[in-house]
Design a binder for this molecule. Structure first.
Ligand code: AMP
Length: 592
Protein backbone atom coordinates (compact mmCIF):
# COMPACT_ATOMS: atom_id res chain seq x y z
CA UNK A 1 0.00 0.00 0.00
CA UNK A 2 1.25 3.50 -0.82
CA UNK A 3 1.48 5.45 2.38
CA UNK A 4 2.65 8.99 2.99
CA UNK A 5 6.10 9.42 4.52
CA UNK A 6 4.70 11.41 7.44
CA UNK A 7 1.71 11.35 9.73
CA UNK A 8 0.83 14.99 10.22
CA UNK A 9 -0.72 16.28 13.43
CA UNK A 10 -3.00 19.18 14.09
CA UNK A 11 -3.11 20.65 17.58
CA UNK A 12 -6.85 21.27 17.25
CA UNK A 13 -7.48 17.54 16.84
CA UNK A 14 -5.70 16.57 20.05
CA UNK A 15 -8.02 16.00 23.04
CA UNK A 16 -5.43 17.38 25.49
CA UNK A 17 -3.10 20.29 24.80
CA UNK A 18 0.40 18.78 24.78
CA UNK A 19 3.05 20.02 27.19
CA UNK A 20 5.02 21.37 24.25
CA UNK A 21 4.36 22.18 20.62
CA UNK A 22 7.19 24.46 19.49
CA UNK A 23 10.20 22.20 19.07
CA UNK A 24 12.93 24.81 18.68
CA UNK A 25 11.62 27.31 21.25
CA UNK A 26 11.16 24.68 23.97
CA UNK A 27 14.66 23.32 23.45
CA UNK A 28 16.14 26.78 23.44
CA UNK A 29 14.41 27.90 26.64
CA UNK A 30 14.93 24.64 28.48
CA UNK A 31 17.18 24.34 31.54
CA UNK A 32 17.63 21.48 34.00
CA UNK A 33 17.70 23.94 36.87
CA UNK A 34 14.16 25.03 35.95
CA UNK A 35 13.12 21.36 36.13
CA UNK A 36 14.73 21.11 39.56
CA UNK A 37 12.61 24.06 40.68
CA UNK A 38 9.47 22.09 39.89
CA UNK A 39 10.44 19.40 42.38
CA UNK A 40 10.37 19.84 46.15
CA UNK A 41 13.70 18.56 47.40
CA UNK A 42 14.47 17.42 50.91
CA UNK A 43 14.71 19.76 53.86
CA UNK A 44 18.37 20.74 54.00
CA UNK A 45 18.79 20.73 50.23
CA UNK A 46 18.95 17.01 49.34
CA UNK A 47 17.08 15.15 46.65
CA UNK A 48 15.44 11.74 46.81
CA UNK A 49 13.62 9.98 43.98
CA UNK A 50 11.02 8.30 46.15
CA UNK A 51 10.30 11.43 48.15
CA UNK A 52 9.54 13.28 44.91
CA UNK A 53 7.52 10.39 43.52
CA UNK A 54 5.45 9.58 46.60
CA UNK A 55 5.81 11.71 49.74
CA UNK A 56 5.59 15.03 47.95
CA UNK A 57 2.09 14.06 46.73
CA UNK A 58 1.09 12.19 49.88
CA UNK A 59 1.48 15.47 51.80
CA UNK A 60 -0.52 17.49 49.31
CA UNK A 61 -3.81 17.55 47.47
CA UNK A 62 -3.13 14.25 45.70
CA UNK A 63 -2.95 12.28 48.99
CA UNK A 64 -6.13 10.31 48.33
CA UNK A 65 -5.70 9.95 44.61
CA UNK A 66 -4.98 6.46 43.26
CA UNK A 67 -1.25 6.22 42.61
CA UNK A 68 -1.18 2.57 41.53
CA UNK A 69 -3.97 0.18 40.63
CA UNK A 70 -2.96 -3.48 40.66
CA UNK A 71 -5.03 -5.95 38.67
CA UNK A 72 -4.69 -9.70 38.20
CA UNK A 73 -6.84 -12.67 37.24
CA UNK A 74 -6.94 -14.20 40.68
CA UNK A 75 -7.44 -11.23 43.00
CA UNK A 76 -9.75 -8.23 43.13
CA UNK A 77 -8.14 -4.96 42.04
CA UNK A 78 -6.03 -3.22 44.68
CA UNK A 79 -5.89 0.59 44.62
CA UNK A 80 -3.07 2.29 46.51
CA UNK A 81 -3.46 6.02 47.04
CA UNK A 82 -0.42 8.27 47.25
CA UNK A 83 -0.93 8.45 51.03
CA UNK A 84 -1.18 4.67 51.37
CA UNK A 85 1.86 4.18 49.14
CA UNK A 86 3.75 6.61 51.40
CA UNK A 87 2.76 4.60 54.49
CA UNK A 88 3.72 1.24 52.98
CA UNK A 89 7.03 2.50 51.64
CA UNK A 90 7.77 4.06 55.04
CA UNK A 91 7.14 0.67 56.62
CA UNK A 92 9.50 -0.98 54.20
CA UNK A 93 12.20 1.62 54.88
CA UNK A 94 11.75 0.90 58.60
CA UNK A 95 12.07 -2.84 57.92
CA UNK A 96 15.44 -2.16 56.29
CA UNK A 97 16.49 -0.01 59.23
CA UNK A 98 15.63 -2.80 61.65
CA UNK A 99 17.81 -5.17 59.64
CA UNK A 100 20.66 -2.68 59.74
CA UNK A 101 20.44 -1.95 56.02
CA UNK A 102 21.10 1.69 55.26
CA UNK A 103 22.28 4.28 52.80
CA UNK A 104 24.52 2.95 50.05
CA UNK A 105 23.73 -0.71 50.82
CA UNK A 106 22.41 -2.77 47.92
CA UNK A 107 19.01 -4.36 47.59
CA UNK A 108 17.83 -6.58 44.74
CA UNK A 109 14.20 -7.13 43.83
CA UNK A 110 12.96 -10.03 41.74
CA UNK A 111 9.26 -10.65 41.32
CA UNK A 112 6.43 -10.20 38.90
CA UNK A 113 4.29 -7.07 38.99
CA UNK A 114 3.13 -7.49 42.59
CA UNK A 115 2.49 -4.57 44.99
CA UNK A 116 5.28 -5.67 47.34
CA UNK A 117 7.88 -5.15 44.61
CA UNK A 118 6.84 -1.54 44.01
CA UNK A 119 6.72 -0.85 47.74
CA UNK A 120 10.18 -2.38 48.20
CA UNK A 121 11.74 -0.34 45.38
CA UNK A 122 10.32 2.96 46.63
CA UNK A 123 10.88 2.18 50.31
CA UNK A 124 14.51 1.26 49.67
CA UNK A 125 15.06 4.47 47.70
CA UNK A 126 13.67 6.46 50.63
CA UNK A 127 16.16 4.66 52.83
CA UNK A 128 19.02 5.65 50.50
CA UNK A 129 19.53 1.94 49.72
CA UNK A 130 20.60 1.26 46.14
CA UNK A 131 18.05 -0.80 44.20
CA UNK A 132 18.71 -3.38 41.50
CA UNK A 133 15.78 -4.96 39.68
CA UNK A 134 16.26 -8.51 38.40
CA UNK A 135 14.20 -10.11 35.64
CA UNK A 136 12.08 -12.84 37.21
CA UNK A 137 12.40 -15.02 34.08
CA UNK A 138 16.17 -15.26 34.60
CA UNK A 139 17.44 -18.69 35.59
CA UNK A 140 19.63 -19.29 38.67
CA UNK A 141 22.96 -18.43 37.02
CA UNK A 142 22.18 -14.92 35.73
CA UNK A 143 20.62 -14.15 39.12
CA UNK A 144 23.65 -15.30 41.11
CA UNK A 145 26.07 -13.58 38.71
CA UNK A 146 24.33 -10.23 39.18
CA UNK A 147 23.87 -10.48 42.94
CA UNK A 148 27.56 -11.32 43.28
CA UNK A 149 28.73 -8.56 40.95
CA UNK A 150 26.52 -6.06 42.76
CA UNK A 151 27.39 -7.46 46.19
CA UNK A 152 23.69 -7.47 47.03
CA UNK A 153 22.96 -7.58 50.75
CA UNK A 154 19.19 -7.85 50.53
CA UNK A 155 16.94 -9.74 48.12
CA UNK A 156 13.19 -9.27 47.97
CA UNK A 157 11.47 -12.05 46.06
CA UNK A 158 8.62 -14.52 46.38
CA UNK A 159 8.77 -17.89 48.12
CA UNK A 160 8.12 -19.64 44.79
CA UNK A 161 10.91 -17.83 42.93
CA UNK A 162 13.27 -18.30 45.85
CA UNK A 163 12.78 -22.05 45.89
CA UNK A 164 13.04 -22.35 42.10
CA UNK A 165 15.92 -20.00 41.40
CA UNK A 166 17.88 -18.85 44.42
CA UNK A 167 17.94 -21.44 47.16
CA UNK A 168 20.29 -23.92 45.47
CA UNK A 169 22.91 -21.25 44.83
CA UNK A 170 22.45 -19.30 48.06
CA UNK A 171 25.78 -20.45 49.46
CA UNK A 172 27.50 -19.10 46.39
CA UNK A 173 26.22 -15.59 47.16
CA UNK A 174 28.27 -14.64 50.21
CA UNK A 175 27.19 -10.97 50.28
CA UNK A 176 23.51 -11.84 50.55
CA UNK A 177 22.57 -11.39 54.20
CA UNK A 178 18.82 -10.91 54.13
CA UNK A 179 16.24 -12.59 51.95
CA UNK A 180 12.73 -11.18 52.35
CA UNK A 181 10.01 -13.38 50.93
CA UNK A 182 6.53 -12.54 49.73
CA UNK A 183 4.38 -15.58 50.42
CA UNK A 184 2.69 -16.64 47.21
CA UNK A 185 1.56 -19.97 48.55
CA UNK A 186 -0.12 -18.80 51.75
CA UNK A 187 2.15 -17.36 54.39
CA UNK A 188 3.96 -16.85 56.54
CA UNK A 189 6.84 -18.54 54.74
CA UNK A 190 8.91 -21.02 56.70
CA UNK A 191 12.02 -21.13 54.50
CA UNK A 192 15.18 -21.34 56.61
CA UNK A 193 17.46 -18.27 56.51
CA UNK A 194 14.75 -16.01 55.14
CA UNK A 195 12.23 -13.53 56.52
CA UNK A 196 8.53 -13.43 55.86
CA UNK A 197 8.10 -9.92 54.45
CA UNK A 198 4.47 -9.51 55.50
CA UNK A 199 5.34 -10.25 59.15
CA UNK A 200 8.17 -7.70 59.09
CA UNK A 201 5.90 -5.10 57.50
CA UNK A 202 3.17 -5.72 60.11
CA UNK A 203 5.60 -4.92 62.89
CA UNK A 204 7.10 -1.83 61.22
CA UNK A 205 6.11 1.76 61.89
CA UNK A 206 4.45 3.62 59.04
CA UNK A 207 6.16 6.93 59.58
CA UNK A 208 9.67 7.48 58.33
CA UNK A 209 11.81 10.44 57.56
CA UNK A 210 13.56 10.14 54.20
CA UNK A 211 17.31 9.46 54.27
CA UNK A 212 19.33 12.60 53.50
CA UNK A 213 20.32 11.67 49.95
CA UNK A 214 21.79 14.18 47.54
CA UNK A 215 21.42 14.40 43.76
CA UNK A 216 24.78 12.63 43.40
CA UNK A 217 24.07 9.70 45.70
CA UNK A 218 23.59 6.33 43.99
CA UNK A 219 19.99 5.23 43.69
CA UNK A 220 19.69 2.47 41.09
CA UNK A 221 22.00 -0.15 39.71
CA UNK A 222 20.74 -1.64 36.44
CA UNK A 223 22.51 -4.55 34.84
CA UNK A 224 22.83 -4.54 31.09
CA UNK A 225 24.54 -6.97 28.76
CA UNK A 226 27.66 -6.41 26.72
CA UNK A 227 29.31 -8.43 24.00
CA UNK A 228 32.05 -9.87 26.17
CA UNK A 229 32.64 -10.56 29.83
CA UNK A 230 30.19 -10.25 32.68
CA UNK A 231 27.06 -8.07 32.63
CA UNK A 232 27.67 -4.39 33.26
CA UNK A 233 26.13 -2.67 36.27
CA UNK A 234 25.09 0.83 35.21
CA UNK A 235 24.89 3.11 38.23
CA UNK A 236 22.30 5.91 38.41
CA UNK A 237 21.94 8.66 41.00
CA UNK A 238 18.96 10.26 42.75
CA UNK A 239 19.41 13.33 40.54
CA UNK A 240 18.15 11.23 37.60
CA UNK A 241 14.70 12.03 38.91
CA UNK A 242 14.89 15.34 37.01
CA UNK A 243 15.03 13.43 33.75
CA UNK A 244 12.24 11.04 34.76
CA UNK A 245 10.06 14.02 35.52
CA UNK A 246 10.96 16.02 32.41
CA UNK A 247 10.61 13.07 30.02
CA UNK A 248 7.33 12.04 31.65
CA UNK A 249 6.08 15.43 30.48
CA UNK A 250 7.87 15.81 27.15
CA UNK A 251 7.97 12.27 25.81
CA UNK A 252 4.88 10.67 27.39
CA UNK A 253 2.92 13.90 27.74
CA UNK A 254 1.60 12.83 31.16
CA UNK A 255 -1.01 15.15 32.65
CA UNK A 256 -2.45 14.78 36.15
CA UNK A 257 -5.78 13.49 34.85
CA UNK A 258 -4.22 10.68 32.83
CA UNK A 259 -4.70 7.00 33.46
CA UNK A 260 -1.44 5.48 32.41
CA UNK A 261 -0.30 1.96 31.68
CA UNK A 262 3.31 0.89 31.13
CA UNK A 263 3.54 -2.78 30.17
CA UNK A 264 7.29 -3.13 30.81
CA UNK A 265 8.55 -5.80 33.15
CA UNK A 266 9.82 -4.31 36.44
CA UNK A 267 13.04 -6.30 35.99
CA UNK A 268 14.29 -3.87 33.32
CA UNK A 269 15.06 -0.21 33.25
CA UNK A 270 11.82 0.84 31.53
CA UNK A 271 9.89 -0.89 34.30
CA UNK A 272 11.62 1.37 36.84
CA UNK A 273 11.94 4.71 35.07
CA UNK A 274 8.52 4.61 33.42
CA UNK A 275 6.72 1.75 35.18
CA UNK A 276 7.29 3.28 38.62
CA UNK A 277 8.91 6.70 38.79
CA UNK A 278 7.77 8.98 35.95
CA UNK A 279 3.99 8.52 36.40
CA UNK A 280 4.23 9.01 40.16
CA UNK A 281 6.37 12.10 39.72
CA UNK A 282 3.63 13.61 37.61
CA UNK A 283 0.88 12.63 40.04
CA UNK A 284 -0.74 10.25 37.57
CA UNK A 285 -2.75 7.06 38.29
CA UNK A 286 -1.00 3.98 36.89
CA UNK A 287 -2.41 0.60 36.01
CA UNK A 288 -0.24 -2.41 36.83
CA UNK A 289 -1.32 -5.73 35.39
CA UNK A 290 0.21 -8.80 36.94
CA UNK A 291 -0.59 -11.09 34.01
CA UNK A 292 1.52 -11.84 30.99
CA UNK A 293 0.61 -10.79 27.45
CA UNK A 294 -2.88 -11.72 26.28
CA UNK A 295 -4.33 -9.71 23.38
CA UNK A 296 -7.93 -9.98 24.51
CA UNK A 297 -7.08 -9.10 28.10
CA UNK A 298 -4.96 -6.12 27.04
CA UNK A 299 -7.69 -4.64 24.87
CA UNK A 300 -10.21 -5.14 27.65
CA UNK A 301 -7.91 -3.38 30.13
CA UNK A 302 -7.27 -0.47 27.77
CA UNK A 303 -11.00 -0.06 27.39
CA UNK A 304 -12.34 -0.79 30.86
CA UNK A 305 -9.57 0.90 32.82
CA UNK A 306 -9.98 4.02 30.65
CA UNK A 307 -6.30 4.15 29.81
CA UNK A 308 -5.35 7.46 28.21
CA UNK A 309 -1.57 7.09 27.84
CA UNK A 310 -0.05 3.72 27.00
CA UNK A 311 3.67 2.87 26.91
CA UNK A 312 4.52 -0.51 25.44
CA UNK A 313 7.08 -2.26 23.22
CA UNK A 314 7.45 -3.42 19.61
CA UNK A 315 7.32 -7.14 20.47
CA UNK A 316 3.99 -6.63 22.24
CA UNK A 317 2.67 -4.58 19.34
CA UNK A 318 3.72 -7.25 16.86
CA UNK A 319 1.92 -9.86 18.97
CA UNK A 320 -1.21 -7.69 18.93
CA UNK A 321 -0.84 -7.35 15.16
CA UNK A 322 -0.67 -11.15 14.91
CA UNK A 323 -3.93 -11.41 16.82
CA UNK A 324 -5.50 -9.23 14.08
CA UNK A 325 -6.90 -5.71 13.97
CA UNK A 326 -10.41 -7.21 14.04
CA UNK A 327 -10.00 -8.17 17.68
CA UNK A 328 -9.00 -4.61 18.51
CA UNK A 329 -12.03 -3.29 16.70
CA UNK A 330 -14.41 -5.17 18.97
CA UNK A 331 -13.31 -2.70 21.66
CA UNK A 332 -13.66 1.06 21.98
CA UNK A 333 -10.68 2.99 23.25
CA UNK A 334 -12.48 6.22 23.97
CA UNK A 335 -10.01 7.54 26.50
CA UNK A 336 -6.82 6.49 24.75
CA UNK A 337 -5.01 9.58 23.44
CA UNK A 338 -1.32 8.68 23.20
CA UNK A 339 0.55 5.44 22.57
CA UNK A 340 4.34 5.14 22.77
CA UNK A 341 6.80 2.30 22.27
CA UNK A 342 10.43 1.63 23.16
CA UNK A 343 13.08 -1.03 23.22
CA UNK A 344 13.60 -2.16 19.65
CA UNK A 345 13.06 -0.82 16.17
CA UNK A 346 9.39 -0.17 15.55
CA UNK A 347 8.49 -1.15 12.01
CA UNK A 348 6.61 1.51 10.02
CA UNK A 349 3.92 -1.12 9.53
CA UNK A 350 3.33 -1.16 13.30
CA UNK A 351 2.94 2.62 13.43
CA UNK A 352 0.24 2.43 10.76
CA UNK A 353 -1.36 -0.58 12.37
CA UNK A 354 -1.88 1.52 15.50
CA UNK A 355 -3.80 4.07 13.49
CA UNK A 356 -6.02 1.38 12.04
CA UNK A 357 -6.56 -0.81 15.13
CA UNK A 358 -6.38 1.67 18.02
CA UNK A 359 -7.24 4.86 16.18
CA UNK A 360 -3.81 6.33 17.05
CA UNK A 361 -0.36 5.96 15.54
CA UNK A 362 2.32 4.42 17.75
CA UNK A 363 5.03 6.87 18.80
CA UNK A 364 8.46 5.30 18.83
CA UNK A 365 11.10 6.55 21.25
CA UNK A 366 14.69 5.65 21.97
CA UNK A 367 16.84 5.30 25.05
CA UNK A 368 18.92 2.67 26.84
CA UNK A 369 19.86 1.52 30.33
CA UNK A 370 22.84 3.88 30.40
CA UNK A 371 20.77 6.96 29.53
CA UNK A 372 18.32 6.33 32.39
CA UNK A 373 15.47 8.00 30.54
CA UNK A 374 14.03 8.73 27.10
CA UNK A 375 16.40 10.74 24.90
CA UNK A 376 14.86 10.75 21.43
CA UNK A 377 11.12 10.60 20.87
CA UNK A 378 8.05 11.12 18.80
CA UNK A 379 5.62 13.16 20.88
CA UNK A 380 1.96 14.20 20.52
CA UNK A 381 2.35 17.58 18.85
CA UNK A 382 4.80 16.69 16.10
CA UNK A 383 4.54 14.82 12.80
CA UNK A 384 5.65 11.19 12.86
CA UNK A 385 7.82 9.70 10.18
CA UNK A 386 7.03 6.00 10.53
CA UNK A 387 10.29 4.09 11.03
CA UNK A 388 12.02 7.02 12.74
CA UNK A 389 12.67 7.19 16.51
CA UNK A 390 11.85 10.90 16.49
CA UNK A 391 13.92 13.87 17.63
CA UNK A 392 16.01 14.64 20.72
CA UNK A 393 14.05 15.97 23.70
CA UNK A 394 14.72 19.33 25.36
CA UNK A 395 17.91 19.14 27.40
CA UNK A 396 19.36 16.46 25.13
CA UNK A 397 21.87 17.10 22.40
CA UNK A 398 22.36 14.20 20.00
CA UNK A 399 24.72 13.72 17.07
CA UNK A 400 25.86 11.18 14.56
CA UNK A 401 29.58 10.70 14.91
CA UNK A 402 32.41 9.00 13.06
CA UNK A 403 35.54 7.70 14.73
CA UNK A 404 38.71 8.84 13.07
CA UNK A 405 41.53 6.40 13.41
CA UNK A 406 45.17 7.27 13.86
CA UNK A 407 47.71 4.49 13.52
CA UNK A 408 44.95 1.94 13.99
CA UNK A 409 43.83 3.50 17.30
CA UNK A 410 40.55 5.41 17.58
CA UNK A 411 41.77 8.99 17.99
CA UNK A 412 39.18 11.67 17.51
CA UNK A 413 35.50 11.97 16.99
CA UNK A 414 33.98 13.88 14.15
CA UNK A 415 30.32 14.84 14.18
CA UNK A 416 28.65 14.15 10.87
CA UNK A 417 26.54 17.13 9.98
CA UNK A 418 25.49 15.97 6.52
CA UNK A 419 22.00 14.47 6.68
CA UNK A 420 21.34 10.80 6.03
CA UNK A 421 24.87 9.61 6.70
CA UNK A 422 25.20 6.58 8.92
CA UNK A 423 27.39 6.72 12.04
CA UNK A 424 27.33 6.10 15.77
CA UNK A 425 24.62 7.79 17.79
CA UNK A 426 26.19 10.01 20.45
CA UNK A 427 24.76 12.24 23.19
CA UNK A 428 26.39 15.30 24.72
CA UNK A 429 27.36 14.08 28.21
CA UNK A 430 25.85 15.61 31.32
CA UNK A 431 22.07 15.10 31.40
CA UNK A 432 20.87 14.18 34.93
CA UNK A 433 19.96 10.54 34.29
CA UNK A 434 23.24 9.74 32.56
CA UNK A 435 24.77 6.69 34.23
CA UNK A 436 27.65 7.58 36.54
CA UNK A 437 29.69 4.46 36.18
CA UNK A 438 29.84 0.78 35.39
CA UNK A 439 30.20 -0.98 38.69
CA UNK A 440 33.85 -1.81 39.39
CA UNK A 441 34.83 -1.03 35.84
CA UNK A 442 36.00 2.53 35.38
CA UNK A 443 37.95 1.65 32.23
CA UNK A 444 34.84 0.33 30.49
CA UNK A 445 32.94 3.44 31.57
CA UNK A 446 35.60 5.81 30.27
CA UNK A 447 35.60 4.01 26.93
CA UNK A 448 31.98 5.15 26.42
CA UNK A 449 33.02 8.80 26.30
CA UNK A 450 35.04 10.85 23.87
CA UNK A 451 35.41 14.63 23.48
CA UNK A 452 32.46 15.23 25.82
CA UNK A 453 30.15 12.84 23.95
CA UNK A 454 28.64 9.64 25.30
CA UNK A 455 28.84 6.94 22.64
CA UNK A 456 25.71 4.82 22.63
CA UNK A 457 26.94 1.79 20.67
CA UNK A 458 23.99 2.18 18.29
CA UNK A 459 24.30 3.03 14.63
CA UNK A 460 21.85 5.58 13.30
CA UNK A 461 21.39 8.43 10.84
CA UNK A 462 19.70 11.80 11.09
CA UNK A 463 17.63 13.23 8.27
CA UNK A 464 17.46 16.82 7.10
CA UNK A 465 14.51 17.52 9.46
CA UNK A 466 16.48 16.34 12.50
CA UNK A 467 14.66 12.97 12.84
CA UNK A 468 16.82 10.01 13.89
CA UNK A 469 16.63 6.60 12.23
CA UNK A 470 17.94 3.47 13.92
CA UNK A 471 20.29 1.41 11.76
CA UNK A 472 21.57 -1.32 14.09
CA UNK A 473 23.85 -2.01 17.00
CA UNK A 474 27.57 -1.58 16.66
CA UNK A 475 28.16 -4.73 18.73
CA UNK A 476 26.96 -8.35 18.91
CA UNK A 477 24.45 -7.84 21.72
CA UNK A 478 21.09 -9.50 21.02
CA UNK A 479 17.74 -7.76 21.51
CA UNK A 480 15.04 -10.36 22.03
CA UNK A 481 11.53 -9.34 23.05
CA UNK A 482 12.98 -5.99 24.10
CA UNK A 483 15.60 -7.51 26.40
CA UNK A 484 19.33 -7.20 25.84
CA UNK A 485 21.06 -10.54 25.94
CA UNK A 486 24.84 -10.81 26.08
CA UNK A 487 26.08 -13.59 23.78
CA UNK A 488 28.98 -14.26 26.10
CA UNK A 489 26.75 -15.12 29.05
CA UNK A 490 24.83 -17.62 26.89
CA UNK A 491 28.02 -19.09 25.41
CA UNK A 492 29.50 -19.54 28.88
CA UNK A 493 26.46 -21.48 30.07
CA UNK A 494 26.53 -23.67 26.95
CA UNK A 495 30.20 -24.42 27.52
CA UNK A 496 29.32 -25.89 30.90
CA UNK A 497 27.53 -28.76 29.16
CA UNK A 498 29.84 -31.80 29.10
CA UNK A 499 29.47 -32.32 25.34
CA UNK A 500 30.15 -28.74 24.22
CA UNK A 501 33.64 -27.81 23.05
CA UNK A 502 32.92 -24.29 21.83
CA UNK A 503 29.86 -22.11 21.41
CA UNK A 504 28.98 -18.99 19.43
CA UNK A 505 25.68 -17.18 19.87
CA UNK A 506 23.92 -14.76 17.54
CA UNK A 507 20.60 -12.94 17.25
CA UNK A 508 18.58 -14.31 14.34
CA UNK A 509 15.88 -12.00 12.97
CA UNK A 510 12.42 -13.06 14.10
CA UNK A 511 9.13 -11.53 12.99
CA UNK A 512 7.69 -11.29 16.51
CA UNK A 513 10.47 -10.94 19.10
CA UNK A 514 12.86 -8.97 16.89
CA UNK A 515 15.76 -11.34 17.33
CA UNK A 516 15.84 -14.84 18.72
CA UNK A 517 18.88 -16.41 20.35
CA UNK A 518 20.55 -18.98 18.11
CA UNK A 519 23.60 -20.96 19.20
CA UNK A 520 26.22 -22.73 17.17
CA UNK A 521 28.20 -25.37 19.00
CA UNK A 522 30.98 -27.75 18.19
CA UNK A 523 31.21 -30.94 20.20
CA UNK A 524 33.95 -32.64 22.12
CA UNK A 525 35.28 -35.87 20.67
CA UNK A 526 33.08 -38.86 21.33
CA UNK A 527 29.74 -37.01 21.23
CA UNK A 528 27.32 -37.52 18.33
CA UNK A 529 25.56 -34.47 16.93
CA UNK A 530 22.00 -35.76 17.05
CA UNK A 531 18.62 -34.47 18.08
CA UNK A 532 18.62 -35.98 21.53
CA UNK A 533 21.90 -34.22 22.36
CA UNK A 534 20.47 -30.99 20.95
CA UNK A 535 17.46 -31.30 23.27
CA UNK A 536 19.73 -32.07 26.18
CA UNK A 537 21.86 -28.97 25.57
CA UNK A 538 18.74 -26.82 25.11
CA UNK A 539 17.35 -28.15 28.40
CA UNK A 540 20.66 -27.48 30.17
CA UNK A 541 20.72 -23.88 28.90
CA UNK A 542 17.12 -23.26 29.88
CA UNK A 543 17.70 -24.57 33.38
CA UNK A 544 20.76 -22.40 33.91
CA UNK A 545 19.75 -19.23 32.10
CA UNK A 546 15.95 -19.26 32.16
CA UNK A 547 13.71 -19.52 29.11
CA UNK A 548 13.97 -15.80 28.26
CA UNK A 549 17.74 -15.92 27.77
CA UNK A 550 18.44 -19.51 26.63
CA UNK A 551 18.85 -20.25 22.91
CA UNK A 552 15.77 -21.29 20.99
CA UNK A 553 17.82 -23.03 18.30
CA UNK A 554 21.08 -24.91 18.34
CA UNK A 555 23.07 -25.88 15.25
CA UNK A 556 26.08 -28.19 15.35
CA UNK A 557 29.23 -27.25 13.44
CA UNK A 558 32.49 -29.20 13.24
CA UNK A 559 34.40 -26.05 14.28
CA UNK A 560 33.45 -22.42 14.79
CA UNK A 561 35.02 -19.61 12.78
CA UNK A 562 37.59 -17.79 14.90
CA UNK A 563 39.92 -14.88 14.43
CA UNK A 564 43.61 -15.62 14.50
CA UNK A 565 43.61 -14.24 18.02
CA UNK A 566 41.06 -16.87 19.01
CA UNK A 567 37.80 -14.86 19.19
CA UNK A 568 34.69 -16.54 17.86
CA UNK A 569 33.52 -14.54 14.84
CA UNK A 570 29.85 -14.11 15.65
CA UNK A 571 29.51 -11.67 12.77
CA UNK A 572 30.51 -14.42 10.36
CA UNK A 573 28.19 -16.97 11.95
CA UNK A 574 25.40 -14.48 11.48
CA UNK A 575 26.29 -13.66 7.87
CA UNK A 576 26.40 -17.35 7.03
CA UNK A 577 23.11 -18.01 8.81
CA UNK A 578 21.39 -15.22 6.92
CA UNK A 579 23.09 -15.86 3.57
CA UNK A 580 24.71 -12.41 3.63
CA UNK A 581 28.12 -11.44 2.29
CA UNK A 582 30.85 -12.51 4.71
CA UNK A 583 32.59 -9.12 4.66
CA UNK A 584 36.19 -8.77 5.72
CA UNK A 585 37.52 -12.20 6.70
CA UNK A 586 41.18 -11.27 6.73
CA UNK A 587 41.49 -12.07 10.44
CA UNK A 588 39.79 -15.45 10.05
CA UNK A 589 41.80 -18.41 11.24
CA UNK A 590 42.84 -20.66 8.35
CA UNK A 591 40.41 -23.47 7.56
CA UNK A 592 37.44 -22.09 9.61
P1 AMP B 1 18.37 -1.47 27.07
O1 AMP B 1 19.62 -0.90 27.63
O2 AMP B 1 18.13 -2.90 27.46
O3 AMP B 1 17.21 -0.59 27.34
O4 AMP B 1 18.56 -1.53 25.50
C1 AMP B 1 18.92 -0.39 24.80
C2 AMP B 1 19.08 -0.70 23.36
O5 AMP B 1 17.83 -1.09 22.77
C3 AMP B 1 19.49 0.50 22.53
O6 AMP B 1 20.88 0.75 22.62
C4 AMP B 1 19.04 0.08 21.14
O7 AMP B 1 19.96 -0.83 20.57
C5 AMP B 1 17.73 -0.64 21.45
N1 AMP B 1 16.59 0.30 21.33
C6 AMP B 1 15.95 0.94 22.32
N2 AMP B 1 14.95 1.70 21.82
C7 AMP B 1 14.98 1.55 20.48
C8 AMP B 1 14.22 2.09 19.40
N3 AMP B 1 13.21 2.92 19.60
N4 AMP B 1 14.56 1.71 18.15
C9 AMP B 1 15.59 0.86 17.94
N5 AMP B 1 16.33 0.32 18.91
C10 AMP B 1 16.04 0.66 20.17
Amino acid sequence: MNRPAQIQKSLQDLPVTPHWSDYDAERKNFSWSAVRDQLTGLAGGGLNMAFEAVDRHARGILADKVAMRFVSRANPALDLSYAELARRTNRFANVLQTLGVGKGDRLFVMAGRIPELYVAVLGALKNGTVVTPLFSAFGPEPIATRINLGEGQVLVTTDVLYRRKVKALREKMPSLQHVLLVAEEGGPTQEPDTYDLASLMDRADDSYSCAPTTADDPALLHFTSGTTGTPKGALHVHGAVLAHYATGRYALDLHAQDRYWCTADPGWVTGTSYGILAPLLLGVSSLIDREEFDAQRWYTLLEQEHISVWYTAPTAIRMLMKAGAELAKTHRFEDLRFVASVGEPLNPEAVWWGLDALGLPIHDNWWQTETGGIMIANTPAFAIKPGSMGRPLPGIEAAIVAHLEQDGEPARLRTIDTPDVEGELALKAGWPSMFRGYLNNEARYQKCFSNGWYLTGDLARRDADGYYWFVGRADDVIKSAGHLIGPFEVESALMEHPAVAEAGVIGKPDPVVGEMVKAFVSLKNGFAADDSLRQDILGHARKKLGAAVAPKEIAFLPTLPRTRSGKIMRRLLKARELGLPEGDTSTLEAGA
